[in-house]
Write a new protein. Structure first.
Length: 723
């Protein structure tokens, strides 16, 4: 993270510190939209939360069920009291954990714009409802943050999240004197039980001689270590207990077998509230020291899972008989939840790279897809771009590479040293700059879809446990990649089909400048029935049409192509006649789908336009003076309903400097909103555009004004400007 980024994000620290203190929260953080008004939330600032727990929240899609994303998406505070299931949130970070804590996320907004969200975590003692004081503190903080972010953006220096969240810096506090520190250490050393202090990341910062003796590791070797990284202790139990105590802010206990006749009891004590030090104090005792129960000490669990809480309220999580891969299971569940957000192949590496590399402690990752017998590089991390370009596009049959061989054999391949790799593929270690590799073939529905390459900067072995994890990982990736490839194939087909039914380029008509835009719905096949057309006529005149066939499927798109062809073929006759003939065609086709259409016949010699309407939204007319009016064309029936019908025609001036906007209902339709109100809103947007901008720029502005990029309806618009 650059100094500039840190300096900017530090401006958020006082706000987060104050709200933690006022609400009595134990930890929290601030997510910001990246970029502003974008669709991705970045974790900008965190407090009281270890990096390992914060990592899954580093990037959140606004559409995800995660609490912070829900607050931004729905623009409301979301509260999750203690005891509610976190599974319903769908966050890769939250899904596997059932620890006792409460959580809230509130949107950070200013002047109608949402900039991000504030998230606070509360201890298990938090009541089921927020107090009025907590409500007020959250509202005050979000309002102040909104003003700060809006001001920073207005000054051209928006605050943006960095690749990793910035840890909130504490206000200076009075440190204990050296004499007090020595006295405290002497006090701890004299106790019959052992003791340790863990920092927020779980590293041992202080350990007594008695604790080191019980664990069986010298004091100097324990300092700076994480307890769950010691082979003498139960990794999964200790790490899970640490997280439980950290999140619930309640004492947590567990027992592990140290020797055949000795069990070690660990009790983890957190601070009840956020104090700037979110570490833990750990009490260590031996079963040999517990000839009789001691006040305030939980009974030993005898190595059995599911022990009952002791008298001090500590929770026993299990024993050393718990599977050592519990944490790995959690991380795989996290990854599976994350992969549900991968819609397109291009999303895959962005979503999976950091979680996977952190899970297996790797320094490189590359994802390859199999396309037409070649391995195509989708994305990578930790590699030089030149090296990846040389490996991209390798043919499965004619260019044997570690990836192509692993995919051909459908077996994972592991290379523990550069010598092992170069013995089989000479020069690969030099080209990639790595020292150990795992090549994981991705097989879905019994067919190869790609390969995932995980690499390390130092030689390492791949024991059976790690290979099992990587094999499970490959299965998850294969299913997600197969879904993403299918989505991309369908999307590409839809786009090509849609493009074939719409004009590739609008014709040049002297005296007119025109721009058209089309956006399909984000649901289904992404094929719709909206269309537009501009037609050059004899005598320097022109015709224009915009229409909407019912439905969002290939049938609607095919019918749209026929409607557009019919309109194009009859253009030049009276507008009412054009719609009548097209109506006859639809009835004869008996397609069972209805169509709306607005047709305009433009006479550039007289600067007038004749309009006929078949159940379509009214056009907008921007006058030369910049004012905009809604042209109320008397609507006739939708096309394809009644065989014998008439379509009234009106004629209005279209002088030089005027603009005519024709569009489909997706540009204005908002569920639950009066269509007239939405149309007037669009008119204001058109009036706000500058004639100094190109017609293409103004068309882009109008498309951006559509209700939502995730709308369930297509959008088509045609903007015609008269010179």
């Amino acid at each position: 993270m650059s100094d500039t980024a840190i300096s900017g994000l530090e401006a958020l620290d006082p706000f987060l510190y104050d709200v933690l203190q006022e609400c009595g929260a134990q930890s929290g953080g601030i997510h910001l939209l990246f970029p502003p008004a974008g669709q991705v939330l970045g974790f900008a600032v965190k407090a009281g939360m270890p990096d390992a727990l914060a990592r899954p929240w580093t990037r959140l899609w606004v559409g995800s069920p995660a609490l912070a994303a829900e607050a931004v998406r729905e623009r409301r505070m979301v509260w999750l009291p203690v005891g509610d299931s976190l599974d319903r949130l769908g966050s890769s970070a939250e899904a596997p954990y059932s620890y006792g804590f409460a959580c809230l996320s509130a949107p950070i907004a200013s002047a109608g714009a949402v900039w991000g969200s504030l998230t606070l975590l509360f201890p298990a003692s938090q009541p089921p409802r927020l107090t009025p004081r907590q409500h007020a503190a959250v509202g005050k903080c979000c309002a102040a943050l909104g003003r700060l972010l809006a001001d920073s953006s207005a000054r051209g220096r928006p605050l943006l999240p960095a690749p990793e969240p910035h840890t909130m810096r504490q206000p200076p506090t009075e440190r204990p004197t050296e004499a007090n520190a020595v006295a405290a250490a002497d006090f701890a050393q004299r106790l019959p039980e052992g003791g340790m202090a863990l920092d927020p990341e779980g590293r041992i910062t202080f350990v007594t001689a008695r604790a080191a003796e019980l664990i069986g590791v010298p004091v100097e070797r324990l300092r700076g270590q994480r307890p769950w990284e010691l082979p003498q202790l139960s990794a999964s139990l200790f790490k899970d207990s640490y997280r439980t105590a950290l999140l619930s802010r309640e004492p947590t206990a567990f027992t592990v077998l140290r020797h055949p006749d000795t069990r070690l009891s660990f009790v983890l004590h957190p601070n009840a509230l956020y104090t700037g030090d979110s570490g833990l104090s750990v009490r260590v005792s031996s079963s040999r020291d517990q000839k009789r129960p001691q006040p305030g000490t939980p009974p030993t669990t005898g190595g059995e899972a599911g022990g009952r809480p002791g008298t001090d309220g500590a929770r026993a999580l299990g024993s050393d008989t718990a599977p050592a891969s519990l944490e790995t299971m959690y991380e795989l569940i996290n990854l599976a939840a994350t992969l549900t957000q991968a819609v397109e192949v291009a999303d895959m590496v962005e979503l999976i790279a950091d979680p996977i590399m952190a899970m297996v402690d790797a320094q490189g990752l590359a994802l390859l897809t199999l396309e037409d017998g070649r391995l195509q590089n989708v994305g990578f991390r930790g590699y030089a771009a030149d090296a990846m370009r040389q490996l991209d596009g390798a043919q499965m049959r004619w260019m044997p590479t570690p990836a192509s061989q692993a995919l051909s054999k459908r077996e994972a391949a592991f290379y523990s040293t550069p010598e092992e790799m170069d013995a089989v593929y000479d020069g690969m270690s030099t080209l990639t700059g790595k020292a150990a590799w795992a090549y994981l073939p991705l097989i879905a529905s019994d067919r190869p879809v790609g390969c995932c390459v995980i690499s390390y900067e130092r030689p390492r072995t791949f024991p059976p446990g790690l290979r099992a994890v990587l094999t499970s990982l490959a299965g998850l990736l294969a299913q997600a990649l197969d879904r993403a490839l299918l989505h991309d194939a369908r999307s590409n087909f839809a786009q090509r089909l849609q493009a074939s039914f719409l004009p590739g380029v609008l014709p040049e008509v002297p005296g007119l400048r025109a721009a058209a835009r089309y956006r399909s719905t984000t649901y289904g096949m992404e094929i719709g029935g909206d269309f537009y057309d501009l037609i050059g006529l004899s005598g320097g005149n022109a015709a224009a049409a915009v229409g909407d066939v019912q439905g969002h499927n290939p049938t609607a798109a095919a019918l749209m192509g026929q409607v557009r062809t019919a309109v194009h073929a009859t253009a030049g006759v009276a507008p009412s006649e054009v719609l009548s003939r097209t109506n006859q065609l639809l009835i004869d086709l008996n397609a069972g789908l209805f169509t709306s259409c607005l047709y305009a016949d433009i006479d550039l010699a007289t600067h007038r336009v004749r309009l006929a309407n078949a159940g379509h939204p009214p056009p907008l007319l921007r006058h030369p003076d910049g004012t905009v009016s809604i042209v109320r064309v008397p609507p006739g029936p939708l096309l394809g309903i009644v065989r014998a019908t008439e379509y009234p025609t009106i004629e209005i001036p279209l002088p030089p400097g005027a603009e005519l906007l024709m569009y489909t209902d997706g540009l204005v339709e908002i569920p639950g909103t009066d269509p007239d109100v939405s149309t007037e809103r669009l008119a204001r947007v058109l009036a706000s555009t500058s004639r100094g901008e190109s017609v293409d720029t103004r068309a882009d502005i109008l498309l951006e004004a559509a209700p939502s990029a995730g709308s369930a309806d297509d959008v088509a618009l045609l903007l015609i400007s008269v010179d």
